[in-house]
Design a protein around this ligand. Structure first.
Ligand SMILES: NC(=O)c1ccc[n+]([C@@H]2O[C@H](COP(=O)([O-])OP(=O)(O)OC[C@H]3O[C@@H](n4cnc5c(N)ncnc54)[C@H](OP(=O)(O)O)[C@@H]3O)[C@@H](O)[C@H]2O)c1
Length: 240
């Protein structure tokens, strides 16, 4: 049986969620579909201790989201682009263009690549943003609204621009935005709830969600967003 090769690019591969996304991608291949993964790292040696570093389906490339030419070249060579990069807690509180600039370059590279080669498979952008972007004040905890949401507003404002670059396009560009709530590695794996309007999940049994761990998020990104098209062109809110 001949298999299809899908080339996946991961920005933020050295981060808490990025490392777990690599782990799940390495077990996602099937006899029909092989995932060839490029992990982008500013410091590639940060992945030397990754359990899958010797896997022939994983390549680590030195790179940064500040290098437009490199970002665009890498995007044009892949079929699925995963964005799991993020700013640190201090940088997130000051105005910046980290997310919007990255999205602009990635969007332009996808558009250019698809237009110049209409026969190539469509590229999909799978991007982690944040539930802090939820615009329904009734669907979030007040404590969050009055504290973290205010402190990280510059970061959320820029993330919003990032999403809008893809959401407001008339081009044939595929995307999924996954908005997680608080990422907490100290809690066990549980079932993920998905809100299809990008809000905090809410139901009568479990109430309003507010956290999840990175492993569950990474598994969802790989199994439900990379290996499936069920959430294509959607903005999702995800929590336990
Ligand atoms: N933490 C939370 O509670 C929370 C909640 C909601 C949403 N999120 C979002 O979820 C995603 C994953 O979060 P996380 O906590 O797992 O991430 P993380 O551990 O903070 O990792 C951030 C990643 O971004 C990379 N990065 C930063 N600047 C970069 C640049 N200029 N070029 C390339 N890569 C760069 C870092 O690389 P280096 O290793 O080189 O620094 C690292 O790999 C992020 O988008 C975050 O905004 C987080």
């Amino acid at each position: 049986m001949t298999s299809i090769e899908i080339k996946v690019l991961v920005f933020g591969a050295t981060g808490g969620t990025g490392r777990l996304i690599l782990k799940h991608l390495m077990t996602a291949s099937t006899p029909k579909t092989v995932y060839k993964v490029t992990a982008v790292a500013r410091n590639p040696s940060a992945l030397n201790d990754h359990p899958d570093i010797e896997n022939p389906n994983l390549t680590v490339t030195k790179g940064s989201l500040t290098d437009e030419e490199q970002v665009k070249l890498l995007v044009s060579l892949h079929d699925i682009i995963i964005f799991a990069a993020g700013l640190g807690i201090l940088d997130g509180q000051t105005p910046n263009e980290f997310y919007s600039r990255s999205a602009k370059w990635i969007y332009e590279a996808i558009n250019e690549s698809q237009n110049s080669n209409p026969n190539r498979p469509k590229i999909k952008f799978v991007c982690i943003t944040a539930l802090g972007l939820c615009d329904d004040p009734e669907r979030m905890y007040r404590l969050f609204k009055w504290t973290l949401k205010r402190w990280f507003q510059p970061c959320y404002d820029d993330m919003k621009i990032m999403e809008n670059i893809f959401l407001n396009n008339n081009d044939d560009i595929n995307y999924i935005f996954v908005r997680p709530a608080y990422l907490n590695n100290r809690i066990p794996d549980e079932e993920l709830r998905v809100d299809m309007d990008g809000k905090y999940p809410l139901d009568e049994v479990n109430g309003l969600g507010w956290q999840l761990n990175r492993n569950v998020l990474a598994k969802f990104i790989v199994n439900d967003c990379v290996a499936s098209d069920k959430y294509d062109r959607k903005v999702l809110g995800v929590t336990y």
